[in-house]
Design a protein around this ligand. Structure first.
Ligand code: NDP
Length: 273
């Protein structure tokens, strides 16, 4: 599995494992299965309420800490309290240093993400976080952050899948040296049934999930598919071995339909998250 190098030199496995909607009581087992399958990059969030399960799986795995890449995210309701919120996440995960810490949503109506970022810069300077980034930041949120702070985000984790690609936002992020990380990369399963992906999958004797993930990887995007099933975990990981032709990549890119599966960051304001 290949790594990408972030703008501060930290490396990240390009294909990781997400745990949104993984119930807390099942998280340890599911993350242990993912680690056993070969994933070394886990994406969680304080809002998912399953950081402790991720931490228990890390501890039980016996895998050296430096071989793992762990991302978590600042709750929307804690943007004014980022240092304390980070400490809660770090303790729940049971690790000394978090590899990547993200502002989960901009929540522009709060006007707090720049303050949160400055706290995160201090935590990074103190060695508690290796890289800091954002999630769900639209162009204007990036512009505000870049104008007001010192550190360019290492990543922008955004909803990105064949039917909702946010191509302009991805290009803008990359133009600033910000890696694009695709969340809901399979469209939460909704992008796996169309004729175009089915045809490409048949040509490669692969599954539709594998060709969608191969399409992301070919674009240089970081991907974090979620699966509770160990067979599908392995299937998704094996996408890294699939190389699509330019015509096949184009046929998947043509699936853009502008349909989100998640929230709109311009207005999303779930401060309970
Ligand atoms: P995904 O696009 O990863 O889709 C997950 C769904 O697809 C599940 O229903 C899963 O079912 C199914 N699936 C997975 N693999 C396969 C396969 N090979 N064949 C068929 N079905 C499959 O959606 P997510 O929303 O979970 O996104 C992934 C990660 O992105 C999250 O877990 C989270 O870490 C992150 N995320 C971040 C957000 C943010 O705001 N920053 C928002 C949303 C997600 P099953 O489990 O039964 O296999």
């Amino acid at each position: 599995m290949s790594d990408l190098t972030l703008n501060n030199g930290v490396t990240i496995p390009q294909l990781g494992f997400g745990v949104f909607q993984v119930p807390p009581e099942e998280t340890q087992r599911i993350v242990e299965d993912a680690l056993e399958a070969g994933y070394r990059h886990i994406d969680t969030a304080a809002a998912y309420r399953n950081e402790a399960g991720v931490g228990a799986a890390i501890a039980a795995s016996g895998i050296p800490r430096e071989e793992l890449f762990i991302t978590t995210k600042l709750r929307n309701g804690e943007q004014g309290n980022a240092a304390e919120a980070f400490e809660d996440s770090r303790k729940a995960l049971g690790i000394d240093v978090v590899d990547l810490y993200l502002i989960h949503w901009p929540v522009p109506s709060q006007g707090l993400f720049t303050d949160a970022w400055k706290s995160m810069e201090k935590l990074q300077a103190a060695g508690q976080i290796r890289a800091i980034g954002v999630s769900n930041f639209l162009a204007d949120h990036l512009d505000t952050l870049l104008a007001a702070t010192e550190t360019v985000p290492a990543v922008n984790q955004i909803e990105l899948h064949p039917s909702f690609q946010q191509a302009e936002l991805a290009a803008k992020s990359r133009s600033h040296g910000i890696e694009v990380e695709a969340y809901s990369p399979l469209g939460q399963g909704g992008d796996l049934n169309g004729n175009a992906v089915t045809a490409v999958a048949a040509a490669h004797n692969a599954t539709t999930a594998q060709v969608v993930l191969a399409w992301h990887l070919a674009a240089g995007t970081i991907v974090i598919p979620k699966s509770a099933d160990s067979t599908r975990m392995r299937e998704n990981l094996a996408a890294a071995a699939i190389t699509l032709t330019a015509a096949e990549l184009d046929s998947i890119t043509a699936l853009e339909s502008g349909a989100r599966v998640g929230g709109d960051p311009a207005v999303a304001a779930w401060t309970q998250l």
